[in-house]
Unconditional design. Structure first.
Length: 199
C-alpha cells in the first residue's frame, strides 16, 4: 500500500493495482454460445507452460498465451463502443473518483482456533483449575440430546483463502502510462495476486 494527499490535504491510504492491458480473446453471443459475454485475458505466460487447447484459443485470438482468463457478462467499452477480439482494455476504461468493486481471494491463514477465527475471548482467567485452556472454545452446548454438535457451530478450522468482494472503493489516481490504478483502502489477497475490478 501507499498513500496520496487529496485536495483538502488529507493523507489517504491507497492500494496500487496494475489494471491491464487486458486483451479480448473471445466475444460470446446468444446466437453462437447461448449467452452474451466478453472474455478478457491478462498476464503473459510461457508457451511451454500452457496447455495445447489454450494455445489454440490464444492463437485464434491473435495474442500470446496469458495466465488469467475471465468472462464478464456485462461489459461496455469506452463510450459504449463495441469491443472485438484482439482489442485491449487498459486503465483508460476507468476515471478518477469512480467507484469500483474489487473481487479477490483473501490470504490463507491455515488452521486457526476460535479466538482468531471467530473472535472468542477464551474460557476465562486462570481459575477453576485451568492452566492451559485460555484459548479453548469451552462448552458446545450438546448433551445426551442431541448428542452431537450442530453443523455450522463456530469452531476452529481453515481460515482465509475465500473469495472476498470489497464494495465501493474510490479511484484516487490513474497512471495510464504504467496501467496503474490507486484505489482508496485495502483489497483482498496477497501481493501479486489477481483481482477482478467491476465498475
Amino acid at each position: 500500500m501507499t498513500s496520496v494527499f487529496d485536495a483538502a490535504g488529507k493523507n489517504i491510504p491507497c492500494t496500487v493495482i496494475e489494471a491491464g492491458p487486458c486483451v479480448v480473446t473471445q466475444v460470446k453471443t446468444v446466437e453462437n454460445d447461448g449467452y452474451a459475454a466478453l472474455q478478457l485475458a491478462y498476464d503473459e505466460r510461457k508457451e511451454k507452460t500452457t496447455t495445447s487447447c489454450m494455445l489454440g484459443h490464444f492463437k485464434k485470438a491473435g495474442t500470446t498465451p496469458k495466465h488469467k482468463v475471465v468472462e464478464f457478462s456485462v461489459f461496455a467499452g469506452k463510450e459504449n463502443k463495441e469491443l472485438a477480439v484482439g482489442d485491449h482494455v487498459t486503465v483508460d476504461f476507468f476515471a478518477e473518483n469512480d467507484w469500483v468493486d474489487v473481487v479477490g481471494t483473501s490470504k490463507g491463514k491455515g488452521f486457526q482456533g476460535v479466538v482468531r477465527r471467530h473472535g472468542y475471548s477464551g474460557v476465562g482467567g486462570q481459575t477453576h483449575g485451568q492452566h492451559n485452556l485460555m484459548r479453548a472454545p469451552g462448552s458446545l452446548g450438546a448433551a445426551a440430546f442431541p448428542a452431537r454438535v450442530f453443523k455450522g457451530t463456530k469452531l476452529g478450522g481453515r481460515m482465509g483463502g475465500d473469495r472476498v468482494k470489497v464494495l465501493n472503493l474510490v479511484i484516487m489516481k490513474l497512471i495510464p502510462e504504467s496501467n496503474l490504478m490507486l484505489v482508496k483502502g485495502s483489497v483482498p489477497g496477497a501481493t501479486g495476486s489477481y483481482l477482478l475490478i467491476e465498475d
